[in-house]
Design a protein around this ligand. Sequence first.
Ligand code: CA
Length: 232
Amino acid sequence: MVAKKILLVEDEEKLIANLADKLRAEGYEVFTALDGDTGWEMARSDAYDLIVLDIMLPVLDGLSLCRMIRNDSASANAPIIMLTARGTEVDKIVGLESGADDYIVKPFGLGEFLARVRVQMRRPLADRGLNQDELSAGDLRLDFTGRRAYRDDFEVKLSNKEFDLLTLFMRNQNAVLSRDFILTNVWGHDYLPIDKRTVDVHIRWLREKIEDNPSSPVRISTVRGVGYRFEG
Ligand code: CA
């Protein structure tokens, strides 16, 4: 089995060395960068299975780097975990819609870090699969072999989590899905205490990509107090 590749971008040398050691002991292939610019050079040219970004980085900050990776790079679909020094930065990660999949507030234990990495690596929906190569609903089509989404045969660029979310919705058309159900199925069965707003934020991003008018969505509707429903 080929080792999964993880890119760590963090300027605290002791911390990055610790994280890299732990991850290597778990069998991952680990690459490191000590500033945002070097991280960008690495992420744009190579596809990693997971990227961990510190927010406060020299040269190029982690939030900008995260958006650049998402927008156009060889690692555009990689899960991204942000490291943040202060709780107040969490609002930035979620609020600015950086495209991160998860975040960890410093200081954190290595055990917690590894657990978060495993959650992102598990990619529950993709792994579970239903032995389907494709799934369609209306003008939307998912291609599972390449993990690509299409609308009227034009590719819609989705992040990992957006792809998993849309898969979950398309497999459960017309059903009302609660945030808990979505967290469990997209973020992993024993998901860590991920803020439920994370679901709302990811759904907002997904709507931007698949709705004609994201502010009055017709495909993914909000069922107040319950969750969301996909109607294709
Ligand atoms: Ca830092």
